[in-house]
Design a binder for this molecule. Sequence first.
Ligand SMILES: Nc1nc2c(ncn2[C@@H]2O[C@H](COP(=O)(O)OP(=O)(O)OP(=O)(O)O)[C@@H](O)[C@H]2O)c(=O)[nH]1
Ligand SMILES: [Mg+2]
Ligand SMILES: [Zn+2]
Length: 296
Amino acid sequence: MILKGTIVKGIGGFYYVDTDEGIIECRARGKFRKSEILPTVGDKVLVETNDMKQGSVKEIEKRRNTLVRPAVSNIDTLMIVAAITNPAPDTSLIDKMLVIAEQKGIKGALCINKVDLDPEGEADNLKKCYENAGYKVFVTSAERGEGLKELKRELSGKITAFAGLSGVGKSSILTIITGRELETGDTSRIERGKHTTRHVELIKTDEGYVFDTPGFSQLEVEDIRAGELKEYFPEILKHDALCRFRGCSHISEPDCAVKKALNEGGIAQSRYDSYVKMYEKLKLIKDWERGNTNGR
Ligand SMILES: Nc1nc2c(ncn2[C@@H]2O[C@H](COP(=O)(O)OP(=O)(O)OP(=O)(O)O)[C@@H](O)[C@H]2O)c(=O)[nH]1
Ligand SMILES: [Mg+2]
Ligand SMILES: [Zn+2]
């Protein structure tokens, strides 16, 4: 019998496929081993099985996107988790991750966690900044269980990657949302730069799947050309057509609509700073130095 499913885990040549009949343990058929395509977590597949327990992956649906580290395909949303404190939000890292998401055709979103530690209401400013850029923002406290219902609703029917600095509360949030006990770390351990979470596994929540991406924050965006970067900042792209020069870099050209919007408060300073920082860095990379990491 043939069943449709999603690969939720891969360990030592076995793939675990979630189907309407439950999880089926599969060995990938030979043809996948010979070709370049290796089944990956997140793949939508067809499975052949006789006993609904074991089977083989027969076909892999064309992927919409793939992350390399960890290797997961068909991600709908990149949920970037930041903490209001401990560790403090790093907007340049958030913006870098949003650029990676945009470039891969993954929807970016922000979750501001630990708001129980936010007496000054700083979460509000951060929220406004990213909503203004066009992203959905969720404000949560895993400690107090605040905002998690709204967050959970967003995950339904999608594959959502949770990313962010170590210690922001990804595992804490996912433990509550999925009801699955995930390893959470104490901050002292995290301050030594260790990620508590290691393996990749899609965890089912309602009609969707979530997974944790330890180490994703270390990704680089070097395969983007500097001139292309504005396409991945929605609020910058919105003003781009109004600049005097086509191909305006929005850094030093006259009559730049992006700088005008920046001065008038239509674009957040921190977002613009991230853009400039990334632009200058990408400008230094020669074309031949760019790895073609697309689809890898
Ligand atoms: N006050 C407060 N503490 C929280 C909250 N969420 C998580 N924590 C604490 O923050 C610490 C780190 O949480 P984790 O869930 O392990 O963080 P993580 O993002 O999974 O970290 P890595 O796995 O290292 O990437 C733990 O001690 C949690 O108890 C929150 O909303 N408020
Ligand atoms: Mg964790
Ligand atoms: Zn411009």
